[in-house]
Design a protein around this ligand. Structure first.
Ligand SMILES: N=C(N)NCCC[C@H](NC(=O)CCC(=O)O)C(=O)O
Length: 447
């Protein structure tokens, strides 16, 4: 398995990107409710990040947006007639549900699926499980298209398996890779899969947050480890600290990130820090690796600053020289405590020696930082050749996607614009063109 690389599949922001305040527990989404969005800028910001990382030699690909509005859902709850009728009725009777149907949340592909590389799985295939995202209405149907998309890209069943989402019930609340970290000596060697959950459905004595929902359950994480055929000696389950969920840490990737043998985390991330680290160290020994833990103290970066800046929603990327770059949003630079901390981190002589900063403000205002925007897929060279090549970020693809965005995307969406039947037509037209650009005819079920 040597020669494996980590591909980051970023979500291409869809043409209906808007701020509807749909994610209770996600502070940014709530704070920006009903403000005007700029879908064109959002998509271009995302593309600029993908391009810059591809130019640096990192393996970069994309996952396409989903069809919006979700007419299937709107019709399933009783809106009927032509598409324009459906939009008009929904706008009149249930504008929040119309906003759910229009959500561009699939851009946060960290929530698309959980992925286990072939080095970790019993059958030697790369396993994906689409996340059911059943905690939020606007995300609860994403798994249908996510499964379809992943099966189109990873179609070779000898090498890949894409599992359906877990049963969509609270016991199996699953948010995908946002609560899953893989630690390993190097990408290609056997690794430890680290699942962080927010609550336990069937243990009333387990702690849980009081104010905001815990989206990921232990039962869901265990189901995925089973489905993927992971070796129990290489799996760690740990509970997220419920107190930080109540401070806006709605996924573990808002308070911790791992790569290679490094875990970069806030001291308040886990319900039991020492037990979690001890379990990780034992599991890492089972794959002949040692854990390097970089702990950020509350005295240096309070949880509120971590949430506001998205310090931990960064991408930790391995460079050819063995060091790591931390890909952070612009907000980290603007937060004095975080900026000071990052200066120390990169000067410390530790594994992280470089910061790469991006302006992702459009996504950030909905609670999505660099790490939310990407799904990590470790692939051997052979597996990389076997996947669909049209989604790999190249200069040529970038050069086709920028004019595509400029042609199809609005530069402003306010809440009232969701009532405009023309917006639905524009979204469809964009996706039809995208199928061609990506070489994925039939990607969408537009019937
Ligand atoms: N941390 C990770 N991996 N992902 C971030 C997801 C942000 C997303 N925001 C939203 O869905 C806001 C949509 C709105 O309010 O319009 C969410 O809360 O699920």
């Amino acid at each position: 398995m040597l020669g494996a690389r980590e591909f980051n599949f970023d979500g291409l922001v869809g043409p209906s990107h808007n701020y509807a305040g749909l994610s209770f527990g996600n502070v940014a989404s709530f704070n920006n409710v009903r403000s005007a969005s700029n879908p064109r800028q959002a998509a271009l910001q995302g593309l600029a990040k993908m391009r810059a990382l591809a130019q640096r030699g990192f393996a970069q690909a994309l996952l396409p947006p989903q069809a919006r509005p979700n007419f299937r859902m709107l019709r399933a709850i009783g809106f009927s007639g032509t598409d324009a009728d459906v939009v008009a009725q929904a706008w009149r009777d249930a504008p929040v549900i119309l906003a759910c149907a229009y959500s561009a949340a699939p851009m946060w592909t960290a929530n698309a699926a959980t992925v286990s590389p072939s080095a970790d799985t019993l059958d030697g295939r790369v396993h994906f499980t689409s996340a059911n995202l059943n905690n939020k209405l606007h995300r609860s149907e994403e798994h249908r298209q996510a499964t379809r998309t992943l099966r189109a890209i990873f179609a070779d069943q000898e090498r890949f398996v894409v599992h359906d989402a877990l049963p969509p019930t609270p016991a199996f609340g699953d948010e995908g890779a946002a609560n899953h970290t893989r630690l390993a000596r190097e990408h290609g060697s056997a690794g430890v899969e680290f699942f962080v959950y927010g609550r336990v459905e069937f243990d009333p004595s387990a702690p849980f947050p009081k104010k905001y929902p815990a989206r990921q359950t232990l039962e869901a994480s265990q189901a995925i480890a089973r489905l993927h055929g992971l070796n129990p000696a290489q799996v760690v389950f740990a509970q997220q600290n419920p107190a930080v969920i109540d401070q806006g840490v709605f996924h573990n990737d808002v308070i911790a990130v791992g790569n290679g043998n490094v875990l970069f985390y806030h001291e308040q991330a886990f319900a039991d820090e020492q037990e979690t680290l001890a379990a990780l160290r034992v599991a890492m020994e089972n794959v002949d690796a040692g854990l390097t833990a970089i702990r950020v103290d509350s005295a240096d970066v309070p949880v509120a600053d971590a949430v506001a800046s998205y310090l931990f929603n960064s991408q930790l990327l391995s460079k050819p020289d063995g060091k790591m770059a931390l890909v952070v949003p612009h907000e980290c630079h603007e937060n004095p405590a975080v900026a000071r901390y990052l200066g120390q981190l990169t000067a410390s002589g530790g594994p992280v020696d470089e910061l790469v900063e991006f302006d992702l403000r459009q996504s950030m205002r909905n609670g999505g930082g660099p790490a939310c925007l990407r799904l990590r897929v470790v692939l051997t060279d052979e597996e990389a050749r076997a996947m669909h090549q049209g989604v790999i970020m190249t200069e040529a693809l970038y050069a086709r996607l920028v004019p595509w965005v400029e042609k199809h995307y609005r530069d402003r969406i306010e809440p009232k614009d969701l009532a405009d039947p023309q917006l639905a037509i524009e979204c469809m037209a964009a996706l039809e063109d995208l199928e061609t650009i990506l070489g994925l005819p039939g990607l969408y079920d537009l019937s």
